[in-house]
Design a protein around this ligand. Structure first.
Ligand SMILES: Nc1nc2c(c(=O)[nH]1)N[C@H]1C(S)=C(S)[C@@H](COP(=O)(O)O)O[C@H]1N2
Ligand SMILES: [Mo]
Length: 349
């Protein structure tokens, strides 16, 4: 623990967080949505870009962006959250992106379904996984690699995985994976490979760095751990009132204040309860509509704020009964911290 060093600060400056005030919107505006890019952002030529289906397919092929755009279009609102969101709340810390609460956002992703294309390429009967490779190359722990991830055959078939070329009705922006990315709804963000160039059918499990060496929930350096997959239940509020520039403490006028926020869980699970905490006293918030199976749910709470100092919190429960825990669980990568947000507010006459 201690001060963040230059390496951590440069990561934080490259990878912006979602502005929490935009949690009042169903859809996070492009530019206010968080970014997580491990290496440099590749600048690809949309006109020349092609996606390769290679490896153990009976009918490997290449498809241009123009051809992809001609396939059936589907738009899904999906909440994307980085598995490292909340990492700054886990101590001792991991040298990585020091996220607080802000690595989450919801976008309308437009593209075409992945599975029909895989099906068309005819995976051989020996195939167990598909790897998805991005155009961005770099080093991590001395290992040079293109950012890549895999899904099992069953996951690729059942998860409503999209090949995406538009975000919120605009061409996919450079920093979010232009011209083509994967979106794996309901999973943490690492699975949604940006700048997608190749899909390989594999008859052996994929051993790429981002699959095997990281994005695993591990209790020690020796622990092999288990892969990070579905998003855990979580909620956030729009920080009420106005902030202090440096401390981010909030100032609020006494009276009735409508607190609003969002709650979500992985794999399309619904939110069954949201509680709003006032100095540790929990009250039931009102749950509003969800804008899509894989998108977050709005909640509100009318708070009668009297002068004083308060710690405001929120916590959610999903339909399977999973609830946000009070204490973060330490793990090597600093992943999956879904403990409640806490906002300090000073209410004044
Ligand atoms: N090619 C590539 N894809 C990637 C990454 C990356 O660094 N390179 N980062 C992943 C991680 S960890 C997350 S959380 C999401 C973030 O997507 P966004 O930057 O569009 O918000 O992209 C994922 N896809
Ligand atoms: Mo991430």
């Amino acid at each position: 623990d201690g001060l963040y060093d230059d390496a951590e600060r440069s990561l934080a400056n490259r990878n912006s967080g979602t502005l929490l005030e935009t949690l009042s919107l169903d859809i996070t505006p492009i530019g206010a949505h968080y970014l997580l890019t491990h290496f440099d952002t590749p600048i690809l030529n949309k006109e020349k870009h092609a996606l390769k289906f290679s490896g153990d397919f009976d009918r490997p092929f290449e498809i241009s962006m123009e051809e992809l755009l001609g396939l059936p279009r589907i738009t899904l609102p999906v909440t994307l959250e980085c598995a490292g969101n909340g990492r700054a709340g886990i101590s001792p810390r991991r040298y990585s992106m020091p996220w607080g609460y802000e690595a989450v956002g919801t976008s309308k992703w437009t593209g075409t379904l992945l599975w029909p294309l895989i099906d068309w390429a005819k995976p051989k009967s020996s195939v167990v996984e598909f790897s998805f490779t991005g155009a961005d190359f770099g080093y991590d722990k001395g290992v040079g690699h293109f950012y890549g991830r895999s899904l099992t055959l069953e996951q690729a078939r059942t998860l409503d995985v999209l090949l995406v070329y538009e975000m919120n009705g605009q061409s996919l922006p450079l920093q979010h994976g232009s011209p083509l990315r994967l979106i794996v709804p309901g999973w943490y963000g690492m699975a949604s490979v940006k700048w997608l160039t190749e899909i390989r059918a594999l008859s052996e499990p994929y051993t790429g760095f981002q699959q095997v060496q990281t994005y695993r929930y591990r209790n020690s350096v020796e622990d092999v751990g288990h892969p990070i997959t579905e998003i855990l239940v979580k909620s956030l509020m729009v920080p009420p009132g106005v902030p202090d520039f440096v401390t981010r403490d909030r100032y609020l006028r006494a009276g009735t204040v409508t607190i609003e926020g969002r709650a979500w869980s992985g794999a399309g699970k619904n939110i069954s309860e949201v509680e709003f905490g006032i100095n540790g006293e929990w009250k039931k918030a009102k749950i509003l509509d969800k804008i899509g199976k894989y998108a977050w749910t709005k909640w509100v709470y009318d708070w009668n704020a009297r002068p004083g100092r308060y710690i405001l919190q929120c916590r959610a429960k999903d339909e399977l009964g999973y609830k946000q825990p009070t204490e973060p669980k330490w793990n090597l990568g600093g992943f999956e911290n879904n403990t409640p947000q806490a906002v300090q507010v000073f209410v004044q006459k």
